[in-house]
Design a protein around this ligand. Structure first.
Ligand code: NAD
Length: 327
């Protein structure tokens, strides 16, 4: 058997954490021949520690053959020691009366601390996926506090937005979602994101434009507000679908996307007029071995450029609001 891969997860007691751990441990992320060493960190309170113990009892009871060890930690430095694959899911939810800038600051502190600990202790080839919201700016904060790691070690999750967009397109075309390709999402994981279906293919073929302007406009809004619709319908936020998207993102990043376009929020290389370093959702290709490439030559129109400018400006404002958290 190959050497176990060291996987660290924050927020394992949360809804997404509970949904993702069992999938990672069962081999859905790295395949059925890669053993896994699981390292977990939630809040350091008696209730939280007790809850995590219960989840670990369940993981143990699954008798997953690939799970060679699992450990709960109380601090980030121990958690990230030698970590190769990191899911930063743990974050504080927005509470009543809190605006987006309060949330940015509250969670920014968490990601600053985690960035420093990653910088000191993680593997130099670590791959970090930030899920906790506001995920683009949290990833930016973690990355900037980890100057000894390559910025390409960091990304934020917009794959759920891509998956949602693909599912809506499949519903509209009345086809199975498995054949839907080249749908991706630009920008911030927020209401300003821009889901782009201009290059849509189904089973490798271009799809004739079957979408009128009114449908396209409602589609964009629908994808961007889907999280709120889920909360309204099930009385709880998206958890299993977010966990599934996190697995999709990390698997494609580490093992390769098999030539398929995937959305990743990654530090900009200056493409499409997005300031260097800003963590922005781009169409990417992943050739494997933990690498990604931003697709640089997508044709643009004035309308698409305007959409990108809106979401870019929102991210610039977020970064300014937490500038003091970044060296
Ligand atoms: P949740 O409230 O159920 O769980 C969050 C967990 O994080 C809790 O167990 C909490 O104790 C823990 N936590 C808080 N601070 C921590 C810290 N400093 N270190 C370690 N753990 C900590 O939330 P959830 O539904 O699991 O969602 C987690 C995050 O993911 C939220 O910020 C949510 O908005 C975000 N999210 C992102 C996407 C996306 O597409 N990027 C999609 C869905 C949810």
């Amino acid at each position: 058997m190959t050497r176990p891969i060291r996987v660290a997860v924050t927020g394992p007691n949360g809804s997404i954490g509970y949904a993702i751990l069992f999938r990672i441990a069962s081999g859905e992320l790295f395949g059925k021949d890669r053993p896994i060493e699981l390292r977990l960190l939630d809040r350091n309170t008696p209730e939280s520690r007790a809850k995590l113990k219960g989840t670990m009892m369940e993981l143990s009871d699954c008798a997953f053959p690939l799970l060679t060890s699992m450990t709960a930690y109380n601090d980030e430095y121990s958690l990230f020691d030698g970590a190769e694959c990191v899911f930063l899911i743990g974050a504080q939810p927005r509470k009543d009366g809190m605006d987006r800038s309060d949330l940015l600051r509250l969670n920014g502190e968490i990601f600053r601390k985690q960035g420093k600990a990653l910088n000191d202790r993680a593997s130099r080839d670590v791959r970090v996926l930030v899920v906790g919201n506001p995920c683009n700016t949290n990833a930016l904060i973690a990355m900037r506090n980890a100057p000894d790691l390559s910025p390409e070690c960091f990304s934020a999750m917009m794959r759920l937005d891509q998956n949602r967009a693909m599912a809506r397109v499949a519903e509209k075309l009345n086809v199975p979602v498995g054949g839907v390709e080249q749908v991706f999402v630009w920008g911030n994981h927020s209401n300003t994101m821009y889901p782009d279906i201009r290059f849509l293919r189904y089973n490798g073929r271009r799809v004739d434009d079957q979408f009128d302007e009114a449908w396209k406009e409602s589609f964009i809004k629908n994808v961007a507000t889907r999280g709120g619709q889920i909360i309204k319908a099930r009385g709880a936020s998206s958890a299993a679908s977010a966990a599934s998207a996190a697995i999709d993102h990390m698997r494609d990043w580490i093992l390769g996307s098999q030539g398929k376009v995937c959305t990743m929020a990654v530090p900009s290389d200056g493409s499409y007029g997005i300031p260097r370093g800003l963590v922005f959702g781009f169409p990417c290709l992943c050739p494997g071995e933990g690498r990604y490439q931003i697709i640089r030559n997508m044709p643009m129109t004035p309308e698409v450029n305007a959409r990108l400018a809106t979401t870019r400006d929102e991210l610039i404002a977020e970064a300014r609001a937490v500038a003091d958290l970044m060296p």
